[in-house]
Design a protein around this ligand. Structure first.
Ligand code: ADP
Ligand code: MG
Length: 414
């Protein structure tokens, strides 16, 4: 296994639970992997796929993500056909080539979107070839409690059963809430799976919540000025707020640019690159910014508006301090913003609203808590944390300034 790791990926050590996970997959066990973003989940199925006979089917929700992975895998092998994507964008000749490579045992990884997997002709074909295992990446898409529910994911189990008997299933996700995990195991019919869960603790992040007043912009400017020269992301709920705040920062001499889905693609790429190249210090953005952006030395993440779930908060703050260095996570909270988020949901189906409400209530509890924020987050993810002994246990406002926090809460409740 170590030599395969070195040969294919050039790494000399496994990261975290990777080795144990891969052993489980090689033993043909159904396996459930829960690791935070950046934990190295892809390698958990890529390596055993490369080491085994047959083709591993990888279900993934995003075509862009699949393409990246296929390119990366092709880069580690002499054989172009070692990894393929099967989707509706391929023409007849390309589909034929893919099928030929699979039949000839060349293709070790076949990436498919769930909607392509449901196609009768694909099911028929896959029934006729040797499948090593089936990996369901971003498995939280199965659950309505996850942040990215996709109904097509619900049919996967049925399709897998049609493709073959006893195909081992590997589910992978960065969503650690017990409800989502339960849904995944139930839907994929793998309640007996071996589960590998990495810790979600980010010991170098400092969590702070401040009451949001009408002076929030001034508060943000002061914070950014105090952290001059450091790189940060400021998240706002609306595009309008993003534009306004970016401008206010610029006027105050901060090198900042906006980023949101309303900007044309060229501008978005330009602003993102300028952030990555450190031509600017701060990007003010909606949640459209961040997916797949790997800048290790982001020193602060500010939430101008509180996110709609703890999950989102964790993902977004998680972009700070990837290098293990300082990462200050500052969120501004006002109950009014919660009401705003509730209003946004009011047009949605009732079931969705109920879930949204429940997620929001957790955010309120988190913002208003006086216990260790880290303990709260980790508890939410089903993880016990002792902030007396645990790593980073003292790194939040409630632990550092217990009294001040109570005053802040009183302000907010008024
Ligand atoms: P996830 O899917 O869990 O978010 P990825 O699979 O995208 O994470 O991996 C994140 C990063 O970690 C990638 O850049 C990958 O190359 C790197 N990585 C994975 N495994 C190892 C390892 N054993 N040693 C060093 N880097 C690794
Ligand atoms: Mg991944």
């Amino acid at each position: 296994m170590h030599s395969a790791l070195k040969t294919y990926f050039g790494f000399s050590e496994f990261k975290g639970l990777q080795e144990a996970v891969i052993k489980s997959i090689l033993a043909k066990e159904s396996t459930f992997v829960i690791m935070p973003t950046g934990g190295g989940k892809s390698l958990c199925y890529q390596l055993p796929a490369l080491m085994q006979e047959g083709t591993a089917i990888v279900v993934s929700p995003l075509i862009a993500l699949m393409k990246n992975q296929v390119d990366a895998i092709r880069g580690v092998s002499d054989e172009h056909g070692v990894a393929h994507v099967l989707n509706s964008s391929l023409n007849k000749t390309e589909v034929k080539q893919v099928k030929q490579d699979i039949t000839n045992g060349i293709t070790k990884l076949l990436y498919v979107a769930p909607e392509s997997l449901t196609k009768e002709e694909n099911v028929e074909f896959l029934r006729s070839v040797k499948i090593s295992f089936m990996a369901v990446d971003e498995a939280h898409c199965i659950s309505e409690w996850g942040h990215d529910f996709r109904p097509e994911y619900r049919n996967l189990k049925q399709i897998i059963e049609r493709i073959g008997d006893n195909i081992p299933i590997i589910g992978l996700t960065a969503t650690a809430t017990p409800k989502v995990q339960e849904d995944i195991l139930k839907n994929l019919g793998m309640s007996n799976a071996r589960t590998f869960k990495a810790s979600f603790n980010r010991p170098n992040l400092y969590y702070e919540i401040r009451p949001k007043t009408k002076n929030v912009d001034a508060d943000i400017i002061r914070f950014v000025k105090q952290n001059e020269g450091k790189t940060g992301i400021i998240y706002c709920l609306s595009r309008k707020r993003v534009e306004e705040l970016a401008q206010v920062l610029q006027v105050n001499g901060v090198k900042a640019l906006p980023y949101h889905a309303g900007l044309d693609a060229k501008t978005r790429v330009k602003h993102q690159d300028m952030f990555l190249m450190e031509d600017i210090d701060v990007v003010v953005a909606t949640i459209a910014f961040g997916m797949g952006i790997d800048k290790p030395d982001v020193r602060f993440v500010i939430h101008h508006d509180i996110p709609k779930s703890i999950e989102s908060y964790y993902q977004e703050t998680g972009r700070a301090g990837r290098d293990g260095g300082e990462g200050h996570c500052l969120a501004f909270y006002s109950y009014k913003d919660i009401e705003k988020l509730e209003k946004f949901m009011s047009g949605k189906p009732v079931a969705e609203q109920e879930i949204g409400q429940a997620l929001l209530q957790e955010v309120v509890a988190f913002a208003e808590t006086s216990i260790s924020r880290r303990k709260f987050i980790l508890h939410y993810f089903g993880e016990e944390f002792d902030n007396e002994t645990g790593e980073g246990g003292d790194l939040d406002d409630n632990m550092r300034y217990p009294k001040k926090q109570h005053e802040a809460q009183d302000n907010v409740k008024l």
